[in-house]
Design a protein around this ligand. Sequence first.
Ligand code: GTP
Length: 240
Amino acid sequence: MTTNFALPKPLRRTGSLPSSRTVRIVILGQAAVGKTAMTVRFITKRFIGEYDPTLETIYRHEMSIGGEVVHFEILDTAGQEEDALLIEEKIKWGDGFIIVYSVTDRCSFDEVMRLCFLINHIHSGPRKSSAEPPPIVIVANKKDLEFDRMVTTEDGENLSKGLKLPFYEISTRDSCEETAAVFHALYGDMVQLLNSSPTSFRRRAVSKLMEKIPRIHSSSTLGTSGRSFSFSSFKDFLQD
Ligand SMILES: Nc1nc2c(ncn2[C@@H]2O[C@H](COP(=O)(O)OP(=O)(O)OP(=O)(O)O)[C@@H](O)[C@H]2O)c(=O)[nH]1
């Protein structure tokens, strides 16, 4: 699966591939807000209704953006409360962040601010590795569930204004484009940050715990028709 988007310049050049770069995105938010659905929608363009509650997964996916190959590594975190140290490791690992809440779940909205402060705190801690705060976008998901809505659009906009962060209200179920727009916007912000502050994405040391997180590779890279999601629940949704 190859997707072409006109976006700005190089992010990070890696190793022997002169025109490729890797970006690490962490998806945060409470349980059942749609983190996995969003990630899978972005990668496969499909909406898959039911998942087992996520433990932790890193999805790897390549696509062409602005004529260059971008290697996305997307960490879909577990929504349930967890060890503070573990969440810190995951946040350290990321270059950019998507904080998701559901418009049908007030608690998930209330959690956004805490997550945002946590990210900024960890990325500007005593062993400060970046000059600028990392790019973050706030996503209100499930806007199709209008009758169950508990968080208004205005609530979301006010929060984003207060935090000075981009805000998207989307329905992962109804719109592939809205979902993709979130990832593209974050990627654009990451490019911009790197251009203005080249040391911002210096890799931070993370614990070996990160290596234990299962990785799923979509090998739908440029010019090939192969797919290699290796777990059965997605096979039916991927066409060669
Ligand atoms: N109506 C509607 N349902 C959605 C939407 N996005 C996700 N869902 C549903 O919400 C439920 C939870 O979605 P998940 O993607 O598993 O949520 P999650 O945040 O990854 O959950 P955890 O893995 O437990 O943290 C599933 O039943 C999805 O089908 C949406 O935009 N609209």
